[in-house]
Design a protein around this ligand. Structure first.
Ligand code: CDP
Length: 246
């Protein structure tokens, strides 16, 4: 790992990657990239690269995992061994189990599970390259993959973190800021702004949290627009009519 830079925010108020405090990293989304999945998404956010496949609703196995009145949502967050600087050990870790749990819970309020009793909806997340904010990136990608799979939802889920770097509240930490910053605060929300995931690593005052949540709301609004544009493009593509025989 590189040494701590002297300053993470320059005197001009710019971060080391050139962003202002309230700016998110550039995001690129492709939808429907896996032919065997019911829905899928590839998302790049800064240097993060995330692939998500959604399967279902399909009969839940083992049978004892079925719920009589609802679909079960299963979310598996996995880091490829080559996704980080020091090789990530294959298989579940405490961290990946925690991220999978909180991410599943972030979707539970919007997925209409009551429509599909006894089934499972599987969300598989593969982090191909990590650069801080992978759980938020994965949630944004999962939201698109779920929509691509046609899973009925009350709305999209959008996710972004804020943090504290050199004493300043900034949006969407990159790896250096995550490593050497003072706090990291990932959030996910519905399109109406109801929070479905909230975590905190580090120390923040109530005022700093208030300020950070305002930034996150702004970031999530921008991400929601990107998500909507991608889905609109996918689903508004006109189906070609077969030529009429003369
Ligand atoms: O990725 P996210 O910010 O959601 O989770 P984190 O636990 O705060 O991890 C921050 C970053 O640390 C990840 O995005 C990776 O870049 C890095 N990391 C790593 O290098 N090796 C790991 N085993 C786990 C995380």
């Amino acid at each position: 790992m590189s040494d701590k830079p002297e300053k993470l925010i320059t005197d001009d108020g710019l971060r080391l990657d050139g962003r202002r405090a309230d700016e998110i990293r550039p995001m690129k989304i492709e939808v429907g990239v896996l032919s065997r999945a019911d829905g899928s998404c590839y998302l790049e956010w800064g240097k993060n690269k995330i692939l998500v496949g959604v399967f279902g609703p399909r009969e839940a196995h083992p049978r004892r995992s079925q719920r009589a009145d609802n679909a079960v949502i299963r979310y598996r967050y996995n880091m490829a061994s080559f996704s980080v600087e020091d090789r990530a050990r294959p298989g579940p870790s405490r961290r990946s189990i925690e991220i999978s749990k909180v991410s599943r819970e972030a979707f539970e309020p919007v997925i209409m599970t009551e429509l599909f009793p006894k089934t499972a909806i599987d969300i598989f997340v593969e982090v191909l390259q990590a650069d801080a904010g992978t759980r938020t990136a994965a949630i944004n990608a999962s939201s698109i993959a779920l929509a691509d799979a046609g899973i009925p939802m009350k709305g999209l889920i959008t996710s972004c973190a804020f943090g504290k770097v050199d004493g300043q509240i900034v949006l969407d930490l990159n790896k250096e800021e995550d490593n050497y910053g003072e706090a990291d605060f990932p959030v996910a929300m519905t399109q109406d702004g109801d929070i479905t995931l909230l975590q905190m690593d580090g120390h923040l005052t109530p005022e700093e949290i208030k300020k950070g949540l305002e930034l996150v709301k702004k970031g999530c609004k921008e991400i929601l627009e990107i998500q909507r544009a991608v889905l609109r493009k996918k689903f508004e593509t006109p189906v070609e009519e077969p030529e009429e025989e003369t």
